[in-house]
Design a protein around this ligand. Sequence first.
Ligand code: NAI
Ligand code: MG
Length: 360
Amino acid sequence: NERNTYKIAVIAGDGIGQETVPEGLKVLSAAARLFDIGLDFEEHDFASCDYYARHGEMMPGDWKSRIIDSDAIFFGAVGWPDTVPDHVSLWGSLLKFRREFDQYANLRPVRLMPGVPCPLAGKSPGDIDFWVVRENTEGEYSSIGGKIFEGTDRETVMQETVMTRQGVDRILRYAFEIAERTERKTLTSATKSNGISITMPYWDERVLEMAKSFPDIAVDKYHIDILTALFVLKPERFNVVVASNLFGDILSDLGPACTGTIGIAPSGNINPTRTFPSLFEPVHGSAPDIAGQGIANPVGQIWCGAMMLDHLGHPEAASAVVAAIESVLSDPERRTSDLGGEADTRGCGDAVLEALEKHV
Ligand code: NAI
Ligand code: MG
């Protein structure tokens, strides 16, 4: 019986990352033991503002060679605005990972969990359960453009959207492949081909083309304006939603917000070709206002661990961790105070661990 061993680069970063990452590792270690998966954690102190204070930069010059051989990166949060401006800490760390490791897919689950108050009326756990897949490298977020006649009446600014066949096709293929692994086998494409008359019709065209390779997936598309309305009005209908960089940015915040889970939501920055490691991080930041108090909710971090296990090819371990999270969230004694619970960070992490061991 062959046992896979994966090398995981662990970067806790700043603030509550220091408190949530140990809980994530605790649960990951237990899942590894229960499902016979080898996880080799290698912790790094860079990509943090403490590192910056000591070295004058966010990461060492050889950061890339130190983590490029990892199978995945398990990341906490970065940012400590009192000492390092956010654009310095972000551009000096996370954005470098995303670019240099070509993490072209941003993946976020949207799932209504028990114990989490849903801002949408009349929805219960099970009603909302889908994925948002965002293109993470091109599209509307290009640096192509410029400014002329600055400071005059003719002042003119322009910024171009860049869609390459490679860039569009690879994100679509990734999203279709996720849809194929789901039961519902449906995929929704976000577009705006009525208003954006060149790039978005191209996007639609590539969706149709890609759909030919996935005959068992039912595809639909919505313009982004009505799509945002449907996220709120009829979230039940979605399974996998794929979107360009800008639309995906919006949808990947709106989706989790509709389930009340921004604070516990995980995300993956994925390099689907597996040429480089993918990075898993909670959606929340370093939360300086509560850092060091031991009260941060560790669920976003733990859920990241589940996504990472899934990415590594262990969906059964991933589902077990998500099930353990669900059981803990449904119990006020085991969830943290941000969700009206009584547990502290460690207590909540221990509870997930216990639920996991019981479940398996
Ligand atoms: P934040 O997510 O750190 O905090 C927003 C609010 O949510 C705060 O009141 C915080 O206490 C609360 N919160 C966040 N996570 C929580 C948790 N796990 N449990 C309980 N409460 C939680 O966002 P903010 O305040 O805008 O940013 C703080 C720092 O984090 C900044 O330096 C920012 O740049 C950075 N940041 C980093 C991200 C990353 O590493 N990907 C993402 C977002 C922000
Ligand atoms: Mg955003």
